[in-house]
Design a protein. Structure first.
Length: 146
């Protein structure tokens, strides 16, 4: 089956620690992104924000629930959607890489091509760039305060 894909990139002036603090903690998502609420349903297997953690975020009338699959502290986060948006085999990855004194952010996702998945793709193509831009702004503000 063909896969659908969305991605967005941005570069923060802030170091990876500031970006990671935000992107790895679902409780902060509603503070910096387009979500109206966010948090955790359960902690990860070995660490609160580690693999196995189940997190949620509300966007409009939809609450999406995701599970962390892989976490490379300060560098990479991989997750899947458990429920909320009509996608199958969704796999998203956030990768942080050094960019001089700042941090390059690459956020991408793929999932199965279905009718509902194509509708989701249209919306996520709009949302992903905003999410990354909001993350950059929040990380830069956090770095400026410290």
């Amino acid at each position: 089956m063909t896969r659908l894909h969305v991605e967005a990139e941005g570069t923060a002036a802030a170091g990876a620690d500031h970006v990671w603090d935000l992107v790895s903690d679902a409780t902060t998502y509603a503070e910096w992104g387009p979500w109206t609420g966010s948090g955790y349903e359960r902690p990860g297997d070995g660490a609160e924000r580690g693999p196995g953690a189940v997190r949620w975020m509300r966007y409009g009338r939809t609450t999406t629930v995701e599970q962390l699959l892989e976490v490379e502290e300060g560098r990479r986060l991989v997750y899947t959607v458990l429920r909320g948006i009509p996608v199958r085999n969704y796999r998203a990855e956030v990768v942080l890489t050094p960019a001089g004194p700042g941090t390059h952010i690459h956020w991408s996702a793929t999932w199965d091509r279905t009718l509902a998945g194509r509708i989701v793709q249209r919306k996520l193509r709009q949302i992903y760039p905003h999410v990354v831009a909001d993350l950059v702004t929040a990380a830069d503000r956090r770095a400026a305060r410290s």
